[in-house]
Design a protein around this ligand. Structure first.
Ligand SMILES: Cc1cc2nc3c(=O)[nH]c(=O)nc-3n(C[C@H](O)[C@H](O)[C@H](O)COP(=O)(O)O)c2cc1C
Length: 207
């Protein structure tokens, strides 16, 4: 059976830099035999977590919106590629909204002690693509921490980061073939289960 790769594009810009890199990574994954699916959060309606704690009793989110669609896809996928622009040194609001809504998965696992993935032996891996317009110290540090906890909740191994800085205008990353090539390569590599996941995510940085 083919490995299922889900790509989540969170940028508000259609064909923005992180979005283009995500599409390239998915093309790479497809070339390696994966079944790929792309979703763009801005095409969906997802509202923020309201901390009602309904999920502490049910393991489900009470808000009726498109989060349920994305949640099902995240749990079904074998691989996840999460793409975000850097906004104020962290993920964009659209990305954070989705991440916060995963609190119901956290509650299911850690409060209700119910397994998220029924087939617990599945090899699930995830990587991040993040693009910032400037270059500043520690600009990817917040993302790393947030994504570590998000992937942990999803029961996914955090295997790689593609971090790119000094790319600002919409679609500018297309003028950087080495970066595009690296996204393709990482997408290919993500599909394989030939080697065990690394203990820490591998950082590929373009500055
Ligand atoms: C609200 C906002 C906040 C931003 N904050 C940062 C930042 O903290 N650091 C940075 O390097 N770039 C920042 N940028 C620039 C974007 O990261 C940059 O334009 C990037 O290429 C956007 O990626 P995208 O095309 O995938 O949306 C910000 C842009 C916006 C609109």
């Amino acid at each position: 059976m083919s490995v299922k790769v889900l790509g989540i594009s969170t940028s508000p810009r259609l064909k923005g830099n992180s979005d283009l890199l995500l599409r390239e990574a998915l093309t790479g994954a497809e070339s390696a035999g994966a079944l790929v699916e792309y979703i763009r959060l801005c095409d969906l309606s997802i509202s923020p977590c309201v901390e009602c704690n309904y999920c502490y009793e049910t393991g489900e989110c009470r808000i009726e919106d498109d989060y349920k669609i994305v949640s099902a896809k995240m749990l079904e996928a074998d691989r996840l590629i999460f793409a975000t622009p850097i906004f104020f040194m962290t993920v964009c609001a659209q990305a954070k909204m989705l991440i916060d809504r995963c609190q119901c998965l956290w509650a299911r696992k850690y409060v209700l002690k119910r397994p998220l993935i029924t087939d617990g032996s599945r090899d699930r891996r995830a990587m991040v693509i993040a693009v910032g317009g400037t270059k500043s110290e520690k600009m990817f540090e917040n993302i790393k921490l947030t994504m570590k906890y998000y992937f942990d909740v999803l029961d996914m191994q955090y295997v790689a980061n593609l971090f790119v800085n000094k790319i600002d205008s919409c679609g500018e990353v297309k003028e950087h073939p080495l970066v595009m090539k690296e996204a393709y390569r990482l997408g290919c590599e993500l599909v394989s289960s030939a080697t065990p996941p690394p203990k820490k995510p591998v950082d590929v940085e373009f500055t």
